[in-house]
Write a protein that binds this ligand. Structure first.
Ligand code: ASP
Length: 324
């Protein structure tokens, strides 16, 4: 069966209230999403694998200061940055992940190296950094991840027991501070992910995050957990999630979409909607996911006010959206 390759990406979900965003900022997000989709689309158009396309898209999302992954990651309660990433190849079911790294410039590249060369699936903290260094990946001073915007965001949550999704955090503060101190949308970021189907019918997924603002040091969320924040299987689908990580972990959200397709025989859309609109809300899980199946169907459901998202089929213009 001949398939049209397709890539989808997300830049995080949250409250993303329209009032908190101005037209210029909205245009910047849309432009960033469109550029990154175009880059992923080029990989696929040139005959590249789904695995290469999602790795490249997430690398670009990590480097983009608009999103909470890589440069611009959120602060932990200890005032540090701890990054998590994962990648999975639906053709082989091979996977790679790293968690709690503080110096790896592009966590997704480290996750990809784990997939490519290691017998293991996940490395964490100092061991993950040693692995990345041994693989010749770029290590940076932790200050590389610092942005003033993220720092200000953390100051508001600091000293409380609250953690928050980055987008929720920003919109909440804007309203707390009143109309004269509006949220600077320039300073919003989001967890990122990509899923793709290539010309050979193979699927892949990748997810990368700085986590949630004011998280306890050492906390690891769903993003690097295969089956929770990332999953790919050529027989079913590829999935990348964003949201309240603890609930996505307890629900094995990404794998549940695949399992429902496999065991219940339901469509990608039905399985994804059940996870995002029924199962996650039952345990107060907030967020969304992006997914693609082997036929090239793409879904981008979320149960929050918005999710930065888009998809691009080879030969067609990228499609992007932010709100419902
Ligand atoms: N799922 C991420 C985490 O819990 C956060 C997010 O997607 O915004 O680390």
């Amino acid at each position: 069966m001949k398939v049209t390759p397709v890539i989808a990406i997300h830049g995080g979900a949250g409250t993303l209230l329209r009032q908190a965003m101005n037209a210029e900022m909205e245009a910047r997000y849309i432009a960033a999403l469109t550029d990154i989709l175009s880059a992923g689309q080029r990989v696929l158009a040139d005959g590249g694998s789904a695995l290469d396309a999602v790795t490249e898209a997430v690398r670009l999302l990590e480097d983009c200061p608009l999103f909470n992954a890589g440069h611009g990651a959120v602060f932990t309660a200890a005032g540090t940055h701890e990054l998590d990433a994962s990648v999975m190849d639906g053709a082989t079911l091979e996977a790679g992940a790293i968690s709690c790294v503080t110096r790896v410039r592009n966590p997704v590249l480290a996750a990809r190296r784990v997939l490519d060369v290691s017998d293991h699936v996940m490395f964490t903290a100092a061991g993950a950094e040693a692995f990345a260094a041994a693989q010749g990946l770029e290590l940076v001073d932790p200050s590389y991840f610092h942005t003033d915007a993220r720092y200000q965001q953390w100051q508001k949550a600091r000293g409380t027991s609250r953690t928050m999704l980055d987008h929720d955090a920003m919109t909440k503060f804007s309203f707390d501070n009143g109309p004269n101190d509006p949220i600077d949308p320039d300073k919003k970021f989001g967890t990122v992910g990509a899923v793709a189907l290539d010309a050979n019918g193979h699927l892949a997924a990748a997810t990368s995050t700085g986590g949630i603002t004011n998280k306890q040091a050492g906390r690891v969320g769903d993003a690097p957990m295969i089956g929770a924040g990332c999953y790919a299987n050529d027989a079913t689908c590829a999935v990348s999630t964003t949201g309240t990580g603890e609930m996505f972990m307890r629900m094995l959200a990404a794998y549940d979409v695949s399992a429902q397709m496999e065991y219940r025989g339901v469509s990608l859309e039905e399985a994804s909607n059940d996870v995002v609109m029924n199962k996650l809300p039952r345990i107060e899980g907030r967020g969304g996911l992006i997914a693609v199946d082997a036929k090239g169907n793409v879904v981008l459901p979320f149960n929050t006010e918005g999710m930065y998202r888009g998809f691009a089929r080879v030969g067609a213009a990228p499609v992007t959206a932010i709100y419902r």
